[in-house]
Design a protein around this ligand. Structure first.
Ligand code: PMT
Length: 220
């Protein structure tokens, strides 16, 4: 039997990638499969948490008992994350949110014509940054950082700037780490800037480690 150490804990998790439409048939997306976020959601539910999963695009399905809200764009994700924020104790942002959206989504399919075509992009809201500004004393806010260089420096910067309690930094340039694989290689960084290296590990096992760490933060 799994220890019910998340009983009475409400946890909000985001997973998967967002899609930003270009026209009725095209979009800008990313390689997130949802595996990392879903692994955390499943592990938390097994340990007794009440789980709300805000899911971007994925082929995965969550177990019965997990409340799933499906979204497509970053703005939709923001809307649902914000609506559920205040009622949750722990928030984990594992989703890969598009930083930019197409400025003017074409109502009709864009026809092939000129040799060059430019798309104008506008910045999306940073959901996690907004949550960090609203976070209450009794809430824990956990982020991810997906980097291809300066992993530690960029992740530590995000931890500070977004007012997080913990950040999981993955070097997504490594094979078997990051997007669309069953494993990950990460550094877990706490508020005290203490860094723990986690070498190659299954995302399901990493999910348990992340929850163990959250549990420690909860009781301190
Ligand atoms: O889904 P998988 O295939 O299993 O892959 C897992 C993963 C690589 C997607 C995951 O481990 C991961 O790193 N998720 C975060 C990806 C990301 O968007 O990282 P970032 O460094 O760009 O963003 C930093 C943090 O801010 C993240 O927690 C992100 O959810 C959040 N963010 C980012 C942009 C934005 N507009 N709003 C946000 O809230």
């Amino acid at each position: 039997p799994v220890q019910q150490d998340f009983k009475n804990v409400k946890i909000l998790i985001t997973a998967g990638g967002t899609r930003e439409p270009i026209d009725p048939v095209r979009y800008i997306g990313n390689r997130s499969s949802g595996k990392m976020g879903y692994a955390i959601a499943e592990a938390a539910a097994k340990r007794g948490a009440a789980v709300t999963l805000i899911s971007g695009v994925t082929t995965l399905t969550a177990s019965a008992g997990i409340k799933v809200i499906k979204v497509e764009t970053a703005k939709e994700m923001q809307q649902h994350v914000e609506a559920n924020f205040a009622s949750n104790d722990v928030i984990v942002m594992a989703a890969a949110v598009a930083d930019y959206a197409v400025a003017e989504v074409s109502e009709q399919k864009i026809k092939k014509a000129s040799e060059k075509l430019s798309l104008e992009l506008v910045k999306n809201p940073d959901i996690l940054l907004g949550l960090g500004q609203k976070k209450q004393q009794n809430q824990l806010l956990i982020g991810f950082a997906a980097e291809t260089q300066n992993l530690l420096k960029y992740a530590q910067d995000k931890l500070q700037r977004k007012n997080l309690d913990m950040i999981i930094a993955n070097d997504v340039s490594k094979v078997n780490a990051g997007f669309n694989v069953d494993t990950n290689i990460v550094k877990i960084i706490g508020k005290n800037n203490l860094v723990e290296d986690i070498p190659l590990i299954k995302k399901t096992a990493l999910a348990s480690i992340i929850l163990d760490k959250i549990n420690k933060l909860k009781t301190h």
